[in-house]
Structure formats: structure tokens, C-alpha cells
Design a protein around this ligand. Sequence first.
Ligand SMILES: [Fe+2]
Ligand SMILES: [Fe+2]
Length: 290
Amino acid sequence: MLNPKLKAMIRRIDDLPTLPRTVFRITEMINNPRSSARDLAQVITDDQVLTARLLRLVNSSFYGFPQRITTITRAIVLLGFDAIRHLLLTTSVFDIFSDRKSELQVAREKLWDHSLGCAVAAKVIGKQIRHDKIEELFVCALLHDIGKIVSMVYAQEDYAAVTRLAAEKNILLFEAEAALLEYTHADIGRLLAERWNLPNMVADVIVYHHTPDQAGPYAKEAAVVHLADIFCRALQLGSGGDHRMPALDTAAWDLLQLDETDIAPMLAEVESGFNDISPFTDAIVTAATA
Ligand SMILES: [Fe+2]
Ligand SMILES: [Fe+2]
């Protein structure tokens, strides 16, 4: 039996914007080695909003191309498949973050930075452990706390009570959620993942990012995002709504087979990667609101 508050939340989730279908079609296409730049361009140009936004982005000062890029095919040739997919996904997720009530803006921006920081960190860790799906790790980390956004926007009072309790008792946000609401942002994330039909890897990482040892076939990916989350807190990149450092899951750490001496250089890379991506975020904001 689902608890009544979570049930009410499910009804609210039905109102939430969906990730554009295009994003998934593109992900599938990029995974198919036989697809060409022209196939990809076709899928993108079917979606006028994404096309316009993508062209604004590639022509922004972030990329600084000397000539104006007027076609999607040209953008793909210049930037590459992976970068294009990244761009589309990040701008689509950003839409969900930028939605509605302006009084939530500061908290939402901090959460966006936390998510983006984790995404950068997941890539750095993925590279270090020679993971073969680095781009997917970026996506998993970008979305890991998406349940918080839903609470923030659709259950504002509950979310405020949860952050208050977390601050008062100096506990983690998900512990405060469990105590007050009897569900956590990971549970909301699971519902969202189902609604959006997210790939299993992404869904499981969202659900198990606090308990990576329970993630079954995706335990390693959940461990990467778990560690990425800790890295972001250590570097104070954005905020996930609480001020406590989660304990490092020892099984997750063992699974990653990292050496303690890897940590400092990885942290430095995450920090500079995050600083590099900030102008990119500004470009996304401008392209989304232009
Ligand atoms: Fe979380
Ligand atoms: Fe997080």
C-alpha cells in the first residue's frame, strides 16, 4: 500500500512536463553505430523548439565559432554526436528546473548546480575507472535528485518542512523526508523514471543513489553517482538542500576499486570541469529564455 502523501504526489507528477521524445530517439540513434549525422539531423529538425534552441546555443559566445552556423547538420559535424546529445538533454532537463514559481529560484539554482556538479564528477570518476558509458553516467548524475525538484515545486510546504528539519537536526535531506513524509526523493524519482520511460540504468541510479549496494546490475553506476554526490558536497558545488556529508558506502567504494591517492586529482578535475561548464549553463539559460 502506498502512503497517502506519496499517492497525492503521483497525481501531481501527472502534471509534470515530460522529457521530449526527441531526447530518447536521439539517445537510441547515437547508440546505433550505423546512424549518420544526416539521420540525427533529421530527428532534431522534426522538433522545431529544439532546433531553434540548438542553433542559438551553437552560435552563442560559449562556443565562439567564427562563422554563423545555420544548419543542424553543420552543428553536428562541428560538435560531434555526443556533445549534441548532451546539449539536448541538458537543456531539456533545465526546462524542468526553470519551471514556475520564482520564490523557489535560489533553492532551485543551487540544486541545479549540485546536479550539474555531480554530472561533471560522475564523468571524472567514470573516466578514472575506465567505464565504457561515460555519457550515460553524466545523465544519471544530472537526474539523480530530480525527485527533489518535484517536491520543491509540487509539495512546497512539505519540502520546506523537510529542509527545516534537516537543518535543525543536522541530518540528510532523505532522512528528514523519511521521518516526516515516509517517502524520499528517491521514491519520487522512481515514479518519474517510470513516467518518462527512462532507461533502466538511469532509473536504478536515481532510485539507489543513497543505497548503491542495493542497485543490483547497476551497482557500479550507482556507486559512481554516490561518490560524485560526496565530491560535490566536499567542493561545495551548489546545494542539495542539506548541509551534511553522507557517509561513504564502503561496499560502493570497494566496487569502484579506486585508490585513495586518486581522490585529490579527481577533485581538482571536478572543480575545474565545473568552472568550465558554468558559461555553458549561462548559454543554456539564454537560449532557453531568448
Ligand atoms: Fe539524493
Ligand atoms: Fe545529490
